[in-house]
Design a protein around this ligand. Structure first.
Ligand SMILES: NC(=O)c1ccc[n+]([C@@H]2O[C@H](COP(=O)([O-])OP(=O)(O)OC[C@H]3O[C@@H](n4cnc5c(N)ncnc54)[C@H](OP(=O)(O)O)[C@@H]3O)[C@@H](O)[C@H]2O)c1
Length: 309
């Protein structure tokens, strides 16, 4: 049935979007990529509408965003709010006019209340976003608000997937943009390549975080579309399994074969000691989904960055 599916991937040139594109194309879906470098600026509503309408998608996977490191979303807080809000407002105006299209939103888990250690869907609104990600996290919360309001007034359907930090191929290598685990992998590959005697890791190494291999996100998005899902209720893409930075560093060190010294610089803040995602609803909705083991995902990621660095 995939030959009838037409999927518009907004931000299909970015980290998540390129992986979604590969997975969908391999599954025989007809895919269109919409981003500025692909000739479609979502801030320009008339042009974006014409381009998307011309493609006639059944689904829109909304991976377009202005995103960066914690420093970036603080230093450019106003731009981050402005651009992301306008992208998402335009996405929903376009979806409203298309009527039958379904929007799939990957909602970054920084939209959860900053004080939560275990992110549980029913607590999504139970507290403010962490101040360090106020600009970006607020626009992720608004994705859910938009999906709900456009459904109530216009019947626009959406699927909201709450996504933890991802790692894997196709991430930017710009230090302001690279996601944390990929940045660590890149650091160790470079240390081996340049024979560096020491690698400094920021923080104490103790904080525990959950990590999702980006191709697992793409596989879940594919399932959602193949099952013709349109449930607004946000669901965590969750394993309920966290890893400390030290565990990540150990795995990467072994896999890249780095034998130099590793130091942890505790002058850099750790943030919250633990952040993982509750998987209760995920297991109900995707009972047989098997996540990629962290060691396998890291190995694949190392192979990718070794080739491009
Ligand atoms: N990466 C993660 O760990 C993670 C975790 C949870 C959720 N997510 C979510 O996944 C989505 C994508 O994140 P990402 O990490 O893939 O970001 P990314 O690598 O920075 O990609 C962003 C994409 O958006 C496009 N874009 C930016 N401004 C645009 C505009 N005005 N018009 C059209 N396209 C525009 C960019 O392409 P051009 O430059 O060509 O325009 C790029 O393709 C975000 O919603 C993010 O919150 C990501």
């Amino acid at each position: 049935m995939n030959d009838t599916m037409r999927i518009a991937i907004l931000g299909g040139t970015g980290f998540a979007g390129r992986n979604v594109r590969d997975t969908f194309e391999a599954a025989g879906m007809t895919v269109g990529v919409f981003s500025r470098t692909a000739g479609c600026d979502l801030l320009d509503l008339p042009t974006a509408w014409t381009k998307l309408d011309g493609f006639r998608p059944n689904y829109i996977v909304n991976c377009a965003a202005l995103v960066g490191s914690v420093n970036y979303v603080t230093d450019f807080a106003a731009d981050v709010v402005d651009v992301n809000m306008r992208i998402n407002l335009n996405v929903y105006k376009i979806a409203q006019q298309m009527r039958e299209v379904i929007v799939v939103n990957p909602i970054a888990n920084c939209a959860y209340p900053g004080v939560m250690d275990i992110y549980e869907e029913p607590g999504f609104w139970d507290g403010p976003i962490h101040p360090s990600v106020l600009s970006y996290g607020s626009t992720r919360r608004m994705m859910w608000v938009l999906s709900k309001c456009y459904f109530e007034q216009y019947g626009v359907r959406s699927v909201n997937l709450i996504v933890p930090n991802m790692y894997g191929p196709y991430d930017s290598t710009n230090p302001n943009k690279t996601h944390a685990l990929n940045a660590l992998i890149i650091k160790f590959i470079r240390a081996v390549k340049h024979n560096l005697p020491e690698v400094e890791v920021w923080g104490t190494g103790k904080p525990i975080r959950e990590w999702l291999y980006v191709k697992d996100f793409a596989a879940i998005a594919r399932r959602v579309i193949e099952a013709r899902e349109d449930s607004l209720e946000p669901v965590n893409i969750a394993q309920n399994r966290g890893y400390s930075v030290t565990e990540l560093v150990d795995t990467i060190r072994q896999q890249v074969g780095y034998t130099g010294k590793i130091t942890y610089n505790s002058r850099y803040q750790d943030g919250s000691p633990k952040k993982v995602m509750d998987d209760h609803y995920f297991r109900q909705r995707f009972p047989d989904f098997k996540f990629t083991e962290l060691t396998t995902g890291i190995l694949q990621t190392i192979k990718y960055y070794r080739d491009i660095l």
